[in-house]
Design a protein around this ligand. Structure first.
Ligand code: ATP
Ligand code: MG
Length: 739
C-alpha cells in the first residue's frame, strides 16, 4: 500500500494522529472510531514514510486475541516479512520475552517457568499448610487476589506487612512472603511478576533500560485506559528518553479496575506529558446509528460521566436494537442460537459473523449446548481451556520439569502420575523435609541418592522417589539433543501415558483424553524449525501465555462465545449480549459500590459497541444459578436506554409454570413454534438435572458438590467432588439427591 492510500483511508483527525510522528500523542475517542486502526496505520506510516526500522517499534495491547488481530492487520498492511520484525504483543508476553534475556541482572535464572492460576493455587495451598492455616477459613483465591493487587501496585511482602491493618491483611502478609520465597525457589514467576520484575529491572538497572531505549524508539499502546500501576510505570520508563509515546484509549471503556487498572492513567496523560498532542475522534465507522444511540444513552446516564460525547456515523440508522425477554436461561440461549440459524438460512450472515457475549464463563454452558444441538460450529474464548484439562496439564508438568527440574509445583503434580507407589504421606514427608532443608523438591530428591544422608523415608518409598528422580534427570539430559516432538513422544512412551489413561478412564473418555495429549504433541510441530535447545522453552512460554482455546482451532468461520471482558476491542456484525439482568449485569458483587456499579455499566457498553449491524440484548425471567432457580429481573441499566431505541420481543405462547427447584429442569417449556418466522426448526433441548455448584448427597460417598455435568446418550454424567476426591457418576445409577 502506498502512503497516499494509507492516508486516504483515514479522516482528517485520524490522519493527524498518524502523521504526528514525534513526541507524546494521546488519542481519546469512543468505540469504533478507529483508534486501533490509527495505531496500525501509524506503524505502517512510520516504516513506509518516515523510514523507521520495524525493529525499533513496540506495540502493546491487552488480550492475546487483540494482539493476534493487530498482527493480522499489520501483515495485511505491511506484508509478512516487515510485520515479523515488529514487536507486537500483550504486556505480559513482551515482558516474558525481555525477562528471558535480562532477568539474570536480578540474580535469577533465565529458564524460569510461568505459573498460571492453577499453579498459583497449588503453591498457595502448600503455603497455607506450612503456616498451619485452614484453607476453608482462609480462602486461597481471596489471598491470591490480595497478593496480586499488591504486586500490581509494586508493593513487596515487607512493605505489605508494614501496612497491614486488619487480621486478613496480616494473614496475607505472612502468605505473601512465603509464597514469594517458594516461587523464587521453584524458579517460577506468576503473571504479575512478569510485569513487576520488568519494572524492577528497569528501575534498578539504568544500563539495561538504556539498551531498551536504544532498541525501541517508538512506543504505541492500545487500550491505555486499562493499564495498571505496573504497566504505567513500564511505559513511562520505556518512553522516558525519546518520548515518542503514542497511546489510545477511551475512559468509558475502562473495565479492568478489579485487576488494578487505574483509569487515572489516561486522565493524567496530559499532566504527565504537558507537551502532548491530544486528538479526539468522533466518527464511528463500526456500528449503525441505532446501535450507537442505545449505547450512548446507556453511557451518558452514568453519574460519573464528566462530559457526554457524541459519536456519529454515516452507516445509516439500521435495525432497532432487539431486547428479548426470555422465559428462562435455556430459552435465552435457544433464542440466540435460533436467531443465528435464521440469519444464516437467510443468507445474511455466516457463523463467523456472530458473537454471543456474557458476563460469566459459566453462562457459556447452555449456549454451547444449544449450539451443539443446532450443529453450529463455535469456539469458546477464555472458557474451559484446552491447556487447563487435567491430562494436558499433567503432560505439560513433565515438560516443564524437563525444562526446569526445580519447578516444585509441577514436580508435585506428577510425582505420582502415573501411579508409582508414592502415596500422599510420602509426598507430605517430602514437602516437610524439603522445607526443613530449605531446598526445592528436586534437590531434596537428589539428596536421597547419597547413601549417607539421613532421610525420613522407608526403603520402599525412597526407591520409588529415586526412580522418579532419575526419570526426570534422564528427560532433562535429553532436552538439548532431542527435537521437541521426539522428546514428547519419548516421554509419553516412557511414562506409558496412553495405557495409564486407559486404566484411569473408561474407553471412550480415555480416548478423548489421549486425543488431547496428542493435540498437545501436534502443537509442538510449530516449533520444529527453531534450534533444538530453544524449542521446549519457546513452546512452554507460548502455552503459559495463551489465554484461550482457539489457538488450536484454525477454522475461523465459527460462532464466537466470549465474555464481555475478553470482547474488548473486537467487532462482529451480529452481537448477542446475554443475561442483561440484576445479579449478572450488574454483577451481584458490585451493587453496593458506586464505582463497581459504574464499571459494570461500562462493561455492558463495551459489549453493545462491539456490534456492527445488529445488536440483541436479552435477559431471562428465571435462571438456574449456583444450583437453584432464581427469579430474575431485568438490569437497571436497561432503564437508561429510551424505550424507543429498543424493540421488545417476548416468547410467544409462554405459559407461566410454577416451578419447584427440581422439577424445573424436567419441564421444558419450549414448544417448536415459539418463535415466529423461524426457518430452521429448533431441536427440543434436554436439560441436565444437575448444575455445577449444586450440593448433592450420595449414599456411599456422602456429601459432594457438582463440578460439571453433561448429557450423554440417554443419561446424564455428573462429576462430583466428594470429601476425598472427584468421581464421575451416571445420574440414573448414582441416585444422587439434591441437598
Ligand atoms: P474500540 O474502542 O472498540 O477498540 P476503535 O476505536 O479501536 O474501537 P477500530 O477497531 O480501530 O476502532 O475501528 C472500528 C472499525 O471501523 C474497524 O473495522 C475499522 O477498520 C473501521 N474504520 C475506522 N476508521 C475508518 C476509516 N477512516 N475508514 C473506513 N473504516 C474505518
Ligand atoms: Mg480498538
Amino acid at each position: 500500500m502506498t502512503t497516499t492510500d494509507l492516508l486516504a483511508n483515514l479522516n482528517p483527525q485520524q490522519q493527524r494522529a498518524v502523521t504526528t510522528v514525534t513526541g507524546p500523542v494521546l488519542v481519546l475517542a469512543g468505540p469504533g472510531s478507529g483508534k486501533t486502526r490509527v495505531l496500525t496505520h501509524r506503524i505502517a506510516y512510520l516504516i513506509d514514510e518516515v523510514g523507521v526500522d520495524p525493529l525499533q517499534i513496540l506495540a502493546v495491547t491487552f488480550t492475546n486475541k487483540a494482539a493476534r488481530e493487530m498482527r493480522e492487520r499489520l501483515m495485511a498492511l505491511l506484508g509478512e516479512a516487515i510485520a515479523h520484525d515488529l514487536t507486537v504483543g500483550t504486556f505480559h508476553s513482551i515482558c516474558a520475552r525481555w525477562l528471558r534475556r535480562d532477568i539474570v541482572h536480578l540474580g535469577r535464572e533465565r529458564d524460569f517457568v510461568i505459573y498460571d492460576t492453577d499453579d498459583q493455587e497449588r503453591l498457595l495451598k502448600r503455603v497455607l499448610r506450612e503456616l498451619n492455616l485452614n484453607e476453608k477459613q482462609h480462602l486461597p483465591r481471596a489471598i491470591l487476589s490480595a497478593i496480586s493487587h499488591a504486586k500490581n501496585e509494586l508493593v513487596d511482602p515487607e512493605e505489605f506487612a508494614r501496612h497491614a491493618r486488619t487480621y486478613f491483611d496480616e494473614i496475607v502478609a505472612r502468605c505473601y512472603a512465603r509464597y514469594q520465597a517458594l516461587l523464587y525457589e521453584s524458579n517460577a514467576l506468576d503473571f504479575d511478576d512478569l510485569l513487576g520484575e520488568t519494572v524492577r529491572l528497569f528501575s534498578n538497572y539504568p544500563a539495561v533500560l538504556a539498551e531498551y531505549h536504544q532498541r525501541y524508539r517508538f512506543l504505541l499502546v492500545d487500550e491505555y485506559q486499562d493499564t495498571n500501576r505496573a504497566q504505567y510505570l513500564l511505559v513511562r520508563a520505556l518512553a522516558e528518553r525519546d518520548r515518542n509515546l503514542f497511546v489510545v484509549g477511551d475512559e468509558a471503556q475502562s473495565i479492568y479496575a478489579w485487576r488494578g487498572a487505574d483509569i487515572r492513567n489516561i486522565l493524567q496523560f496530559e499532566h504527565d506529558y504537558p507537551d502532548a498532542t491530544v486528538i479526539m475522534l468522533e466518527q464511528n465507522y463500526r456500528s449503525t446509528q441505532a446501535i450507537l444511540d442505545a449505547a450512548q444513552a446507556l453511557i451518558n446516564a452514568s453519574p460519573q460521566r464528566k462530559y457526554a460525547k457524541r459519536l456519529w456515523t454515516t452507516n445509516g440508522t439500521g435495525d432497532q436494537v432487539v431486547l428479548y425477554e426470555a422465559a428462562n436461561d435455556e430459552d435465552e440461549a435457544a433464542f440466540a442460537v435460533s436467531e443465528i440459524m435464521r440469519l444464516i438460512a437467510e443468507g445474511t450472515a455466516r457463523p463467523g459473523d456472530c458473537a454471543i457475549m456474557y458476563r460469566m464463563n459459566a453462562q457459556s454452558r447452555l449456549v454451547e449446548e444449544a449450539l451443539i444441538q443446532s450443529h453450529l460450529p463455535y469456539q469458546v474464548i477464555g472458557g474451559v481451556r484446552f491447556y487447563e484439562r487435567k491430562e494436558v496439564k499433567d503432560v505439560l508438568a513433565y515438560l516443564r520439569l524437563v525444562a526446569n527440574p526445580y519447578d516444585s509445583v509441577s514436580l508435585q503434580r506428577v510425582i505420582n502420575w502415573p501411579g508409582r507407589g508414592i502415596g500422599e504421606r510420602t509426598v507430605n514427608e517430602l514437602l516437610v523435609w524439603a522445607t526443613r532443608l530449605g531446598v526445592p523438591l528436586y534437590q531434596a530428591l537428589s539428596e536421597l541418592a547419597d547413601e549417607t544422608t539421613e532421610y525420613p523415608f522407608a526403603a520402599r518409598a525412597r526407591n520409588a522417589l529415586l526412580d522418579f528422580y532419575r526419570l526426570i534427570g534422564e528427560f532433562h539430559s535429553l532436552r538439548q539433543r532431542m527435537p521437541l516432538g521426539e522428546l514428547i513422544d519419548y516421554l509419553l512412551m516412557r511414562i506409558e501415558a496412553q495405557a495409564t489413561l486407559y486404566q484411569e478412564y473408561e474407553a471412550e473418555e480415555a480416548e478423548d483424553r489421549w486425543r488431547n495429549v496428542q493435540e498437545l504433541r501436534n502443537a509442538a510441530i510449530n516449533y520444529a524449525n527453531l534450534p533444538i535447545e530453544h524449542q521446549l522453552a519457546a513452546f512452554l512460554e507460548d502455552i503459559a501465555l495463551v489465554a484461550d482455546t482457539d489457538t488450536l482451532d484454525r477454522n475461523n468461520d465459527v460462532v464466537t462465545c466470549i465474555t464481555l471482558h475478553q470482547a474488548k476491542g473486537l467487532e462482529f456484525p451480529y452481537v448477542f449480549v446475554l443475561g442483561v439482568e440484576e445479579g449478572l449485569l450488574p454483577h451481584s458483587r458490585s451493587t453496593n459500590d458506586r464505582n463497581q456499579l459504574e464499571e459494570e455499566r461500562r462493561l455492558l457498553y463495551v459489549g453493545m459497541t462491539r456490534a456492527q449491524r445488529r445488536l440483541y440484548l436479552s435477559y431471562a425471567a428465571q435462571r438456574a444459578m449456583f444450583g437453584r432457580v432464581t427469579v430474575c429481573s431485568r438490569s437497571r441499566f436497561l432503564a437508561d436506554i429510551p424505550p424507543t431505541s429498543l424493540k421488545l420481543l417476548r416468547r410467544r405462547g409462554y405459559r407461566a409454570v410454577t416451578v419447584s427447584q427440581t422439577t424445573m429442569f424436567n419441564q421444558r417449556m419450549l414448544t417448536p413454534d415459539h418463535h415466529d418466522k423461524r426457518t430452521t426448526p429448533l431441536p427440543l433441548p434436554r436439560q441436565a438435572a444437575f448444575v455445577p455448584g449444586q450440593r448433592v448427597y450420595h449414599a456411599t460417598f456422602g456429601e459432594g458438590i457438582v463440578v460439571s455435568s453433561r448429557l450423554i446418550e440417554g443419561d446424564e454424567e455428573v462429576t462430583v467432588r466428594f470429601a476425598d476426591r472427584e468421581r464421575r457418576l451416571l445420574a440414573s445409577f448414582a441416585r444422587l439427591q439434591p441437598l
